[in-house]
Ligand binder design. Sequence first.
Ligand code: FAD
Ligand code: NAD
Length: 471
Amino acid sequence: MKNYDVVVIGGGPGGYVAAIRCGQLGLATALVDEWLGTDGKPALGGTCLNVGCIPSKALLDSSHHYHNLAHLLPAHGITIKGASLDVATMLARKNKVVQTMNRGVAALLKKNKVTAFSGHGRLQAGNHVAIAVHGAAEEVVAAKNVIIASGSVPIDIPVAPVDGRSIVDNTGALAFDEVPKRLGIIGAGVIGLELGSVWNRLGSEVVILEALEDFLPAADRQIARDALKAFTKQGLAIHLGARVTGAKAGKKGVSVKYEDQAGSKALEVDRLVVAVGRRAFTDGLVDADVGLAMDDAGRIQVDELCRTSIDGVYAVGDAVKGPMLAHKASEEGIAVAETIAGSKAHIDHRTVPWVIYTHPEIAWVGDTEQQLAEKGIASRSGSFPYRALGRAHGSGETNGFVKILADAKSDEILGVHIFGAQASELIAEAVTAMVFRASSEDLARTVHAHPTLSEAVHEAALAVDGRAIHM
Ligand code: FAD
Ligand code: NAD
């Protein structure tokens, strides 16, 4: 039987990053991943790389360029006659981006001497891992340590069964071969908004049905209000408090039935996307006699260092508690690798940033005003609008603001909330500030280049103390 210091099950951003770090630390490491690309070949990178973060951002960028042709460029004096859209080329570009990254992950594993198995991994008693390599017999290997990074899959709802053609999940919604004239989406969460934006920019009439009365309940309340207004203006028809009771695919499209406060309603769409959340994926992962403890939500139970109930077995990423985000999965993977190698690791879950890649983008780190109030923490707040920035006017991106929340006594920054262009990039400064436990005064005393959008962060920090300059 082969022996490894570490066997990683799952090759997404949690698993492959853990394996690379193990390799860097000199641990004999194997990684087992079962994902196959559309060409039937191993496709490392998990959900994020194959049907998540990367392809969705590729399409968001393509559709943003297309939308700008008609909506932004004329104001710059640029008009392009006869512009057309070729969905097949757009999808081929997206697939090429994914395949390039798949190869990149495989090369990084090789460079760090990680043995990659393409197949299914199953944890057995005694920290053995049974590996069923695609098309070959099962092989059992021994591992001093096992890192489970089996990720997540979309949640199914019986009222709208996914058929992969008319009713799809995120995988299908990244691969429509033509722009649906009418697109229905169940769930106004991150996937609903990002993929709804893609197809809306390309010409679909998009209707989003959201069960909750609140829009984006985890976000800052002012951002949620402004974002709802902006997305509605863009053409996303977002119905809150809408509970879907049935969806039936027919020859002409999908008939959707839902209920809201006004009663029962019907909606006809060409395609329907189900985006109602994801669940930890642990099917066929562990032999019954192993006794791996799970939590109430069906995730693998872990402590603050991602240790499971079994000695030497760790779990990271979407398969465990916490936000389902690629960078959170990767940070946990690195911390586990370092723990196994004997270092003292720490994961700062408090400073994991969130980004929603709509336009404008939404990004935040730390607590909202509501969360601080619930914790009984008195805070001061400073906001600064994009419309007061020279750079925002220059680029035509004046919608948005930055809000900084600081502890009323110590002035430590406790939360930063951004709605606006490039929020995904601007949030990194806020994360760094919070990791170093900076005060709003520290940010206010930091020189920011002019003219940049980052000046909104500077001015919001000044505004905490009532001394923003351009407002
Ligand atoms: P996964 O990426 O799900 O990887 C798990 C891997 O393990 C898969 O390859 C799976 O096949 C394999 N596997 C599972 N069980 C076994 C087994 N027993 N044997 C062998 N292999 C197994 N997050 C962000 O931070 N930013 C974004 O912009 C973003 N966009 C997203 C867009 C979409 C449409 C979706 C669906 C998700 C998005 N996410 C985003 C979330 C992100 O994809 C996940 O948080 C991330 O992929 C989790 O990483 P992971 O390693 O835990 O699991
Ligand atoms: P989500 O949790 O973000 O949103 C799901 C939405 O569906 C919620 O608003 C929920 O109230 C609603 N909902 C649930 N059941 C419903 C029903 N029966 N009818 C109508 N609405 C219903 O989940 P998601 O959008 O599927 O995304 C899954 C996860 O993937 C996200 O939580 C996130 O962790 C990750 N993700 C991240 C990014 C990013 O970081 N930019 C992008 C996409 C996905």
